[in-house]
Design a protein around this ligand. Structure first.
Ligand SMILES: [Zn+2]
Length: 412
């Protein structure tokens, strides 16, 4: 058998600790063989017994407003929550070249942290129009060698009664945008926006991904309407939303009920720990709430959940290095989950569970799936999260994307 590439002596993140290392045979960008001592011809790399996982997935990201921290005034009063307004105030300065350049820098950093797939939210409010959508469409094509980028178009600053807003969204869908999103919190008619999003999803046969149930006022929740419409129109496993921070303000019994309901309707939740932590409890002077929902509890009750970075270096999240593993470690630390089982689920949330949210059919460490692989110096997915391991290298459809040199200590 002649193959395009053979990765020898790899331990798989999906196998147990007692596994015998295997060789991964790759042909036409796909995993063609997975067995010990594979007899085949072709270029080889010795993985040296290191761990191989499928590529990491950023299931909820905002490329178009990444890296704008230095353009927005610092708000000296932490109790004022005006991140959206301060971001909106500079959106008129965005140009296609500017959005492209910031997104490119961000994507390159994501690649170096093992990301092979991303769903990016893109704002098409009238103050920016289709600039972001068009710039990222170009970026998506230019970086197809390294990452699959999926665009979700939405209106961040309100939809109902905003002249030109609906038209912008429809234009993107006409041009082939595969996911329609929503920003319920900033709409004068949140329920109306949810209904309109689903109406467009049906009309264009696209998936749905909202921003929903952020904040702390847990007596008003939007997920029931989303689940209800999902059931009604048969959109199970095609609907997701980000945040869900309000659930962290509810007793565990109610969180369990939410997990059951989301699971039953096939609605996935992306928890966004960095943003939720930075924004939660701004109304509290002390004993500040954390606002990060325990996705493990929702998963234990039947929901599909993921963890994602959301924002990098902007008013919503003024930190970031594009390390999804670091964000997942942050999540685990905040919700006080640790150990092989719980951290194993955390690793699933940035791999297999995120693939389920994005409906990636060719994803996983199995014969016939795309050879999107990451190599780690760690014993398991849980171990990667526990010690915030840095990936050593990655492959996209069998082509190597990057390699990280090991640091040297110069002992005198
Ligand atoms: Zn978001």
């Amino acid at each position: 058998m002649a193959l395009d590439l053979i990765l020898r002596n790899a331990r798989l993140s999906t196998a147990d600790a007692n596994q015998v290392p295997v060789d991964i045979g790759i042909e036409n960008g796909k995993i063609a063989a997975l067995k010990p001592s594979l007899e085949a011809d072709g270029p080889e790399q010795d993985i040296g017994g290191k761990l191989v996982s499928p590529g990491l997935i950023e299931s909820h990201f905002h490329l178009d407003k990444a890296l704008i921290n230095d353009r927005v005034e610092i708000q000296p009063d932490r109790m004022i929550r005006d991140h959206m307004e301060r971001t909106a105030s500079i959106k008129h300065t965005f140009t296609p070249e500017d959005i492209y350049a910031r997104s490119k820098t961000t994507i390159e950093q994501c690649l170096q942290h093992g990301v092979t797939h991303m769903r990016t939210q893109i704002e098409v409010d009238p103050n920016v129009g289709l600039l972001g959508f068009e710039a990222i469409e170009q970026l998506r094509k230019d970086f197809a060698w390294a990452i699959d980028i999926e665009s979700c178009v939405f209106l961040q600053e309100g939809w109902t009664g905003v002249p030109g807003a609906d038209e912008n969204l429809v234009r993107c869908l006409d041009q082939g945008a595969p996911v329609v999103g929503g920003g319920i919190r900033y709409d004068t008619d949140g329920d109306g926006q949810i209904r309109r999003v689903f109406e467009l999803a049906r009309e264009y046969d696209v998936d749905v991904d909202f921003h929903l149930d952020g904040g702390y006022q847990a007596d008003e929740l939007d997920y029931p309407l989303v689940c209800e419409i999902t059931d009604k129109i048969g959109w199970q496993n095609r609907v997701a939303f980000g945040h869900g921070s309000k659930y962290s303000c509810l007793p565990v019994r109610q969180q369990a009920a939410i997990g059951k309901r989301l699971g039953a309707s096939g609605v996935s939740l992306a928890v966004l720990p960095a943003t939720d932590l930075f924004n939660a409890g701004r109304h509290m002077e002390h004993t500040v709430m954390r606002g990060v929902t325990d996705a493990n509890t929702l998963i234990e009750n039947g929901a599909n959940c993921t963890i994602s970075s959301n924002n990098v270096l902007n008013p919503f999240t003024p930190f970031g290095d594009c390390s999804l593993v670091r964000i997942t470690n942050l999540y685990a630390n905040v919700v006080q989950r640790y150990g092989p089982k719980d951290l194993g689920v955390c690793f699933e949330m940035i791999t297999d569970r995120a693939a389920k949210l994005m409906r990636l059919n060719e994803y996983g460490l199995e014969i016939g799936k795309a050879a999107d692989l990451v190599v780690w110096d760690a014993s398991s997915g849980a171990d990667i999260i526990a010690k915030i391991a840095l990936p050593l290298c990655s492959f996209k459809r069998g082509q190597q994307i990057f390699a990280r040199e090991a640091p040297k200590l110069f002992k005198p």
